[in-house]
Design a protein around this ligand. Structure first.
Ligand code: UDP
Length: 454
């Protein structure tokens, strides 16, 4: 490793993540992978949701003022947040980059900028400074194609759609149904479509595109994309499998999750988490709670502060709810998710199907209950339940009886065993792709050569 560092120490890459948990994690994992391959790392980040630099002593961090909090931006409307970011960060980002470019140590030169696809403003900035820009897309390839199709449908005047709940095939993307179109709740729908158009065009004109995915998982989608996007593509994922679990968590991870799992029988626990952004109402929360309790299956539940709209944390749970379950349940605010999924006691994952959660589940061979809420989660859920067939989709309104039944199907019945077999098969493919000669391994080698060519 040190030899690789020696030979490559002249090259530095500058990374700029979108400041949301599901985007910060893969960007910092990518930084870690590139660092291990001998590149030097600088991370430019916003003050909003800034990463904990002390966890990464080998990287250089520069923060830029973003003014996002002052504008009232929050994760309850991510489309508005990203819009503000793409406007507010232009000047501070440019100044920061300019400074870095003029201060490069003698022997070290900056190879390129790697930015999240959502930070499309960085394209013009990089161009103005003659710096190549590579894009990291933190979602799956299929959902990216679905976003591209959505933006095309908008241009053709297809929206607003009368029946967003329709089972009819999605025009431009018949693998999905109209109800799977990856829309995002926002106060300003037009802004969402404009955002998609910008992301697509600034990704198409970038110098290259990196995916936290692997070829064997999304082969067909990758082929389609390569036809449309004639830029170098690197499928080097799953990123988090390159090294032991690292922490770029914005919330602190409750390790009691692991000590509790240690006391449970193999494959007996359902892990429940809806990621860092999804919010639900009180009625949904209570249906979930009663459904979990009624299923008879022991569970580890992440109730993030803010998950239930209008409540700090667990106040709306009926008094004595946990006590009545008599040790069959453990609730935490935030868990070390990768370790939870890798734990022998974990047997299923009730997830919102964020891309990181979906990949992390596949990598540990854990079947899923899919409850997508918005955006790419809907596409991921469709792939998990109907294309890879490693999970069941909880589609209807949240209702305790239905929840109990789906939990038993995944955790206790033959159907669940079959899904486990299929997801274990995918897990093996992950291992092969990362091994010497495997697809992700080779793609990473190509990426490193590519970065060194600048
Ligand atoms: N995560 C975690 N602890 C939790 C819940 C989630 O560390 O209790 C991590 C999870 O491992 C994943 C990320 O947060 O890497 C969530 O990303 P994802 O794309 O699944 O969903 P998002 O939060 O973007 O909706």
């Amino acid at each position: 490793m040190e030899n690789q560092r020696e030979s490559r120490k002249k090259r530095r890459v500058i990374l700029f993540p979108l400041p949301l948990q599901g985007h910060i994690n893969p960007m910092l994992q990518l930084a870690h992978i590139l660092y291990d391959k001998g590149l030097s790392i600088t991370v430019i980040h916003t003050n909003f949701n800034s990463p904990n630099s002390s966890n990464y002593p080998h990287f250089h961090f520069c923060s830029i003022p973003d003014g996002l909090l002052e504008l009232g931006a929050s994760t309850s409307d991510v489309v508005a947040l990203i819009k503000h970011l793409n406007v507010n960060c232009v000047v501070p980002f440019r100044d920061c980059l300019d400074k870095l470019l003029s201060n490069v140590e003698e022997k070290e030169s900056i190879a390129c900028l790697i930015t999240d696809a959502a930070c499309h403003f960085t394209h013009a900035v990089a161009d103005s400074l003659n710096l190549p820009r590579i894009v990291l897309r933190t979602s799956g390839i299929a959902s990216f194609l679905a976003f591209a199709a959505t933006s095309l449908l908008h241009e053709k005047g297809y929206f607003p759609i009368e029946d967003f709940g329709s089972d009819a095939p999605m025009p431009e993307f018949p693998l999905l149904r109209v109800k799977d179109i990856p829309l995002i709740d926002t106060h300003d729908a037009e802004n969402f479509y404009q955002f998609l158009i910008s992301v697509m065009s600034h990704t198409k004109s970038s110098s290259g595109l990196i995916w936290n995915s692997f070829q064997e998982l999304e082969q067909d989608a990758l082929k389609t994309l390569e036809r449309d996007f004639r830029i170098p593509m690197f499928t080097i994922g799953p990123f988090h499998k390159y090294f032991p679990a690292s922490s770029s968590s914005l919330l602190s991870q409750d390790t009691s999750s692991i000590s509790w799992l240690d006391k449970q029988a193999p494959k007996s626990i359902l892990y429940v988490s809806f990621g860092s952004i999804v919010a639900i109402n009180e009625t949904e929360f209570l249906e979930i709670a009663w459904g979990l309790a009624g299923s008879g299956v022991p569970f580890l539940w992440v109730v993030r502060p803010g998950l239930v709209r209008g409540y700090e944390w667990l106040e709306s749970l009926p008094k004595g709810f946990l006590e009545k379950l008599d040790g069959r349940a453990h609730i935490v605010k935030w868990a070390p998710q990768q370790e939870v999924l890798a734990h022998p006691a974990t047997g299923g994952f009730w997830t919102h199907n964020g891309w990181n959660s979906t990949l992390e589940s596949i990598c540990e061979g854990i079947p899923m209950i899919c409850q997508p809420c918005f955006g790419d989660q809907k596409v991921n859920a469709r792939y998990v339940s109907h294309i890879w067939r490693v999970g069941l989709h909880l589609e209807n309104q949240l209702e305790r009886g239905e929840i109990e039944r789906i939990i038993r199907r995944v955790m206790l019945e033959a159907e669940g065993q079959e899904m486990r077999g299929r997801v274990m098969h995918l897990r093996k493919k992950v291992d092969v792709s990362l091994r010497q000669g495997g697809s992700s391994y080779q793609s990473l080698e190509s990426l490193i050569s590519f970065l060194e060519s600048f």
